[in-house]
Design a protein around this ligand. Structure first.
Ligand code: ARG
Ligand code: ZN
Length: 422
């Protein structure tokens, strides 16, 4: 009897103990701000660990005092990491503690709303679904859509560009938009799809899009990094780079937005293959970058506006990102994003920051916007879509429409203004 009581007690005690030492079931995302240089060093070390993924900024070297770091931490090391933070006097708050649930929400394949005609607009599409959608769209609008194969990814997936044209004689002006340079930024491809649908559905119905499409063609690359995108669906939701492999290197992938020939691999990029901002072996070493660069080089006389869609943090950026120097038409570019941000604030009550890349976020050489700008495309922008860190990369699908509508408004106003200038 005594033994029984002892065991009952012991088990009970273990349960309590276990609860005290509770290991969180799920990965967490913390927002952590370093106040001192020493804390920056601690934070850089922690975020270099394999069991963590930096959401913001893109790499440990970019961590600074007084700017919040968003860090995704695997369940198994949450306690260890928070203890470390506390022991160094670092303050933090929990951004997300249900990451698994959010990932499931993002990938759930809900039967589409019976009221919509087969297509479900507020869900994230897998790469196969996107390829099917590209096909269907070109069949549905044969007189407005052409599909152009501009190259293939490292793992040999096709890179399709949709060329959208109004029903009018050929024109000599065009704009370009790419989405999904970074694999984990799912709202970006979702925006490209949203944008294409909007253009096709409302051409000849709404004046803004009609006048844009009557004056220029629109090239849209919905997923610039298909290998990375697939990898975020199958294996690691937080993957950023492409999936290229090199001999003698243990690490996979280069950052496609550091691989363009724009002050390539200087401060703000890394030549270390394991870094999230690895610049690749040489400019355009990555087939995805080479394909886009070749296409734009051969269309540089017609393409007047370059847009690249990323997430998250709600920003409208323009060159330069590789230097703190101002672009030649800095004032003009600033006025454009300022107006676009004001429109978003007015209609959606949402805040977007804006400015030159290097000044607004951080030095980041080898980016597509700077490269396109130096190629001669004088209106070149990078958008960072929703949100500002509430969900980060794990934006619930119910927020897709709002995120896309506000960005759409900004794209339209910029395109219309650029058309007035050229
Ligand atoms: N978050 C983006 C990146 O790190 C910013 C891109 C801004 N433009 C640039 N050329 N770096 O790639
Ligand atoms: Zn990005």
């Amino acid at each position: 009897m005594r033994a029984l009581i002892f065991w009952a007690f012991a088990i009970h005690f273990c349960l309590i103990l276990d609860r005290c030492h509770c290991i969180p079931k799920h990965d967490r995302v913390l927002s952590i701000t370093a106040a001192t240089q020493e804390q920056v060093t601690v934070l850089r070390n922690i975020s270099s660990h394999n069991e963590t993924a930096l959401w913001q900024p893109a790499a440990p070297s970019l961590i600074r005092t007084d700017s919040p770091v968003h860090l995704h931490i695997r369940a198994g090391v949450v306690n260890h990491v928070t203890n470390l933070l506390r022991s160094h006097g670092l303050t933090y708050s929990i951004l997300l503690e249900n990451t698994q649930e959010l990932i499931e929400k993002q990938t759930r394949n809900e039967t589409s709303d019976p009221r919509s005609s087969g297509m479900n607009h507020d869900k994230f599409y897998s790469l196969d679904e996107i390829y099917n959608w590209v096909n269907k769209t070109s069949e549905e609008y044969p007189d407005m859509v052409k599909v152009i194969l501009i190259g293939s990814s490292f793992e040999k997936r096709p890179l399709y560009v949709l060329k959208l044209s109004g029903k009018r004689p050929a024109v000599d002006k065009a704009m370009w938009m790419d989405c999904g340079i970074h694999a984990r930024e799912w709202i970006s491809p979702a925006f490209c799809l949203w944008f294409v649908r909007y253009v096709l559905m409302f051409y000849k119905q709404y004046v803004d899009i009609t006048s844009i499409m009557d004056k220029m063609d629109i090239y849209v690359l919905p997923v610039m990094n298909p290998d990375g995108y697939v990898y975020t669906w199958t294996t690691n939701r937080m993957w950023r780079k492409n999936r290229s492999v090199r001999e003698h290197s243990p690490c996979v992938g280069a950052d496609l937005n550091r691989n363009f020939d724009a002050n390539w691999c200087s401060e703000g990029a890394s030549s270390y293959a394991c870094s999230e901002i690895y610049c690749g072996q040489h400019p355009e070493s990555e087939p995805e970058v080479e394909a886009v660069a070749n296409f734009l080089r051969s269309h540089k006389d017609s393409v007047r506006l370059y847009l690249s869609m990323h997430s998250y943090s709600q920003m409208l950026l323009f060159p330069y990102s590789y230097t703190h120097e101002q672009a030649r038409n800095h004032a003009e570019l600033l006025a454009l994003v300022q107006e676009a941000a004001a429109k978003i604030r007015q209609f959606y009550r949402n805040q977007y920051r804006f400015g030159a890349g290097a000044k607004t976020i951080y030095l980041a050489p080898g980016g597509s916007d700077d490269w396109a700008y130096n190629l001669g495309i004088k209106y070149s922008f990078t958008f960072e879509l929703q949100d500002r860190g509430r969900y980060g990369f794990l934006l619930p699908p119910t927020l897709i429409p709002n995120a896309c509508n506000e960005a759409l408004l900004a794209v339209k106003i910029i395109a219309l203004r650029v058309l007035e200038k050229i």
